[in-house]
Design a protein around this ligand. Structure first.
Ligand SMILES: C[C@H](N)C(=O)N[C@@H](CCC(=O)O)C(=O)O
Ligand SMILES: [Mg+2]
Length: 365
């Protein structure tokens, strides 16, 4: 099975409600879709969102990186040589992790299809059903409480609460939501870099003193502030998770050496795809560190790949934040992974199992 050509398209799916974090507000999934064609007629699918505020990637940069730096290395190459192909992707250029992720996802899709097996089996197998949380956007306290109660009514028993705006209000947000959903859902907070280290210690300690039990607090301080992450991790009882601070395996090793966080959020769009995500999961498992599998605003192509990985790497990946499809108004993908609110189930279809994607807008490379 040899790669013959690459095709791009745009996928736009409106969200049920605007997604608001300390970093940005967005009302739709708007992602670049990659189709890798082969001489056998198989197609591998990949997807990349333009999360410029986190990865630095834009739609233009993703398409340019793939067409001019990554794809020329892959055309004519044999899918059976997966490890060599992922090295070609990773060494094609610096950064551009979302572009690399889209291509790697399509490569792994084809690799698993070549064995006529679902990707998670090729990655080592596992229980093909996982449970995701759902994100509650940062907003007024009343709106966040209402959104949290609605999410619990939809069957979500784990909520990822976005904070990081105004420190005093953030503490009140957590108190009000905790009181409203207590015993019905576990709470995770994500500050998306919105606090200073001292503010984070103050806010998390105030929540602890108020008796609020949080499963974790994600990325309290600026991405580059690893010392700040350590400062917070050392001073609070609540586990601290690194998200924007860690992209690849080398950063995870630094983080573990510094004891700068308790948990790592793995996202394919930060790691540059599946090969580095596997490395991070293995490093974490070796050090007894838990991981979350997360996503950006992605649809059920790249989120499906993340779900396959989570199933296969469940020794390290114990927490799931793959709520892109649940936040979206509809699922444009036929086949593969079934997204039913909090439950994500993987079928036995080969690769990612994608049969077709509705509403793709073709784009010239
Ligand atoms: C969508 C997911 N639950 C999430 O919150 N992901 C990111 C933010 C993604 C974005 O801004 O597109 C995170 O910070 O964890
Ligand atoms: Mg985060």
């Amino acid at each position: 099975m040899k790669i013959t050509r690459i095709e791009f398209a745009m996928l736009r799916v409106p969200l049920k409600t605007p997604f608001k974090t300390a970093l940005r507000t967005v009302d739709k999934v708007e992602d670049v879709i990659v189709k890798l064609h082969t001489d056998t007629g198989h197609v591998g699918y990949g997807e990349a969102p333009a999360t410029a505020v986190i990865t630095g990637d834009t739609h233009g940069s993703i398409i340019d990186a793939i067409s001019h730096y990554i794809a020329p290395r892959l055309i004519g190459q044999e899918i059976a040589d997966l490890n060599r192909l992922t090295r070609l992707v990773q060494t094609s250029m610096e950064r551009n992790t979302s572009a690399k992720a889209a291509v790697e996802i399509a490569l792994y899709d084809l690799f698993a299809q070549s064995f006529d097996a679902p990707l998670y089996r090729v990655l080592g197998g596992g229980d093909p059903v996982i449970t995701t949380d759902i994100t509650i956007s940062v907003d007024t306290i009343d709106k966040m409480v209402a959104d949290s109660l609605a999410a619990v009514d939809r069957g979500f028993d784990s909520l990822k609460i976005k904070v990081g705006k105004e420190i005093g209000v953030d503490i009140e947000r957590a108190k009000a939501i905790y009181a409203a959903v207590e015993n019905r859902a576990l709470l995770r907070l994500d500050a998306n870099q919105g606090w200073s280290a001292k503010q984070a210690v103050h806010a998390i300690s105030a929540m602890e003193d108020a008796g609020i039990i949080l499963e974790l607090v994600e990325q309290p301080v600026k991405a580059a502030d690893l010392e700040g992450m350590r400062y917070v991790t050392e001073r609070v009882r609540t586990p601290i998770m690194a998200d924007e601070s860690v992209f690849g395996p080398a950063q995870v090793i630094d983080l573990i050496r510094m004891h700068a966080a308790d948990i790592v959020n793995i996202k394919l769009m930060k790691t540059g795809g599946i090969s580095n995500a596997i490395r991070i999961a293995d490093i974490a498992a070796l050090h007894g560190i838990e991981c979350m599998i997360g996503c950006m605003l992605e649809s059920s192509i790249s989120v499906a790949a993340a779900a396959h990985l989570a199933v296969a790497k469940s020794d390290a990946i114990t927490k799931v934040d793959l709520d892109g499809p649940s936040l979206s108004q509809f699922n444009p993908v036929d086949g593969g992974v079934i997204f039913n609110e909090s439950e994500i189930s993987i079928t036995d279809a080969p690769g990612l199992g994608i049969k077709s994607i509705r509403g793709l807008e073709p784009i010239a490379a």
